[in-house]
Design a protein around this ligand. Sequence first.
Ligand SMILES: C[S@@+](CC[C@H](N)C(=O)[O-])C[C@H]1O[C@@H](n2cnc3c(N)ncnc32)[C@H](O)[C@@H]1O
Length: 234
Amino acid sequence: MRTESKSRRVRRMFSSIAGRYDIANTVLSLGRDAGWRRFAVRVAELCEDNIALDVATGTGELAFELARRMDRGSVVGVDFSAEMLSIARQKAEQRGAKNVHFALCDALNLCFRDGCFDAALVAFGLRNFASAERALRELARVTKRGGRVVVLEFTLPPNRLLRWLYSLYFFHVLPFLGGLITGKRDAYAYLPASVAEFPPPEEIRELMQSAGLENVRYHLLTLGTVAVYVGQRK
Ligand SMILES: C[S@@+](CC[C@H](N)C(=O)[O-])C[C@H]1O[C@@H](n2cnc3c(N)ncnc32)[C@H](O)[C@@H]1O
């Protein structure tokens, strides 16, 4: 798929499910998604007064989790879907989250100067980008030397039996339930298909190294269905 057409299709898809995105996440992950984001924030090793970037922030859940950790710092969440950002802004207002700011911006061309964040994170975004390599280079570029880049993404369990069992849920039950909750079954058929096409953790680790990150490692969570990658800007 060409870069532009994938971007356009992905933006249209996420914009169409924005209003039901959070509830679908909670139901389909059996409430695990909040814990995955907490883990990602922990490995970013931020201090209270740091500035962090959440790329492909969607409805802002990772940005809010970062902000909770950084009382005296601030968080910027960016996404290219205005509909997703509108939900994120409403939530910021309702929660009184004053240290979180949202901006419309493409992950492949971040609207920030080099090295201006203490950490840059992306949750469930990388697999959706038209170019994972380019997005990783952008994440590394805007992060200070020594700062962390953290990627949270779905993966398939390494154990073959588990992978088979999980596939029954992921490829069959999840699209059905996602369709019921959001009315957009296509978006929830795209989810497992995009995970199946996405490179395995070792390859993502190498991509992060090629993007200018060092000490890259990853943690597998929830039976290896989710991976959290962390690297340091050289
Ligand atoms: C699966 S959602 C993840 C949202 C959020 N990070 C979370 O943890 O729930 C993926 C998000 O990536 C955004 N996205 C996809 N490609 C993007 C791009 N090139 N630039 C900015 N945002 C993008 C979509 O609009 C969508 O909000």
